[in-house]
Design a protein around this ligand. Structure first.
Ligand code: SF4
Length: 377
């Protein structure tokens, strides 16, 4: 697993549409409507064109392109293909670049998937979430669990070799045996990568409201810890290495795009609400499709809240994100005034492993990753 060079660059495209909003989801998105998708599509083309004219990425080569959302496959496959062609014509792209599209298993056909591989997408990330129908009901998820197996088979027939499945654990009413059954079903599909996210309750979501009204129990933290441990053991036995707190991969299939985020690499985000980190400046796009499109219509980039990261903030990010990786961070990344004493204390508490060169979180430390990072900064 390599670290990015200064020249490495990722491109993220936020496609803000879904068929239905899942009860836990707080992402910026709208429910699919043809006129809104047409507005987004033309605004996105204008955004690509404006960045191209500004020449702000000149001299850089894209190492990864990631279409996320929302559900990118809400857009017709031909449209996704032509957007990718436009991006590759606008900026040089490494021949080995990882090109990912997120997809809902119930929103793709073999024809769509073949259009995507023909266009150059070489990685697909399906939001599987669970393999139990009752879990889909409890989180308000559109589709049926059996669509996941069909979608993975179709993706493979279309030529995808790099297939990720996203899972969530600690769902309302989900037991430890339920979770293990989901892991068993998922690994039988032989993906190259699996992401396992603990359910968190985001303010303003339907799930947060249901918990406030006592209609649903909040996630049981101890059960989630048991589920995380079970996933680590189960997936190791199935040949997956855990390389980040939530991510497991077969050899050589760690997600290059996400590694850019975790190792201080730069990226440009396109689409409403997309985040960027470019030339040492962090900024975001307006999280409102109408305002985003209106801005682009006036030939302005729809960016907001630029922050120039100081050296100290960059060091802090390197520590917070670097500790999420199982390989940890070089000892010299740690800036705490009494570094050695702080490290020794955290080692004594069972939260860190440390040697002469590097420090990394223990499995206990991974549960308190942000707190440990704060103590070391
Ligand atoms: S499919 Fe994904 S992006 Fe869309 S509502 Fe559900 S969790 Fe959110």
């Amino acid at each position: 697993m390599m670290s990015p060079s200064d020249e490495d660059l990722g491109l993220y495209v936020h496609v803000p549409f879904c068929r239905r909003r899942c009860h836990f989801c707080a992402f910026y998105l709208e429910i699919v409507q043809p006129d809104r998708m047409a507005l987004f599509h033309s605004a996105l083309i204008q955004e690509i064109s404006l960045y191209r004219r500004q020449q702000s990425l000149d001299g850089r080569v894209l190492q990864s392109i990631y279409f996320g959302g929302g559900t990118p496959t809400s857009l017709p496959a031909d449209q996704l293909a032509s957007l990718l062609t436009l991006i590759r014509a606008a900026w040089p792209t490494d021949v080995t670049a990882e090109v990912t599209v997120e997809a809902h298993p119930s929103s793709v056909t073999i024809r769509d998937l073949t259009v995507l591989t023909d266009a150059g997408f070489n990685r697909i990330s399906f939001g599987a979430e669970s393999m139990a129908d009752k879990d889909f009901a409890s989180i308000g998820r559109f589709g049926q669990v059996q669509h996941t197996a069909a979608a993975v088979q179709a993706a493979r027939r279309a030529g995808f070799r790099n297939i990720n499945l996203d899972l969530m654990y600690g769902l309302p009413g989900q037991s430890l045996p339920d979770w293990i059954r989901t892991l068993e079903s998922l690994t039988q599909l032989a993906p190259s990568h699996i992401s396992c996210y603990a359910l968190t309750i985001e303010e303003g979501t339907r799930l947060a409201q249901d918990i406030t009204r006592n209609l649903v129990l909040p996630p049981d933290e101890m059960l989630q810890i048991d589920m995380e441990s079970a996933a680590e053991r189960f997936l190791a036995d199935a040949g997956f290495s855990r390389y980040e707190i939530s991510n497991y991969a077969k050899p050589d299939y760690a997600c290059r795009h996400n590694l850019l985020y975790w190792t201080g690499g730069e990226y440009l985000g396109l689409g409403p609400s997309a985040q960027s980190y470019l030339h040492g400046i962090r900024f975001g796009n307006i999280a409102d499709l109408d305002a985003y499109a209106a801005c682009l219509n006036d030939n302005c980039l729809p960016t907001t809240d630029p922050t120039i990261l100081s050296a100290s903030e960059r060091q802090r990010d390197a520590l917070v994100f670097g500790l999420r990786l199982l390989r940890g961070v070089p000892r010299k990344t740690i800036t705490a005034s009494e570094r050695d004493r702080q490290i020794d204390e955290l080692v004594a508490k069972g939260l860190l492993h440390a040697d002469h060169d590097r420090v990394r979180l223990t499995s206990l430390g991974r549960r308190y990753a942000d707190t440990v990072a704060e103590q070391l900064f």
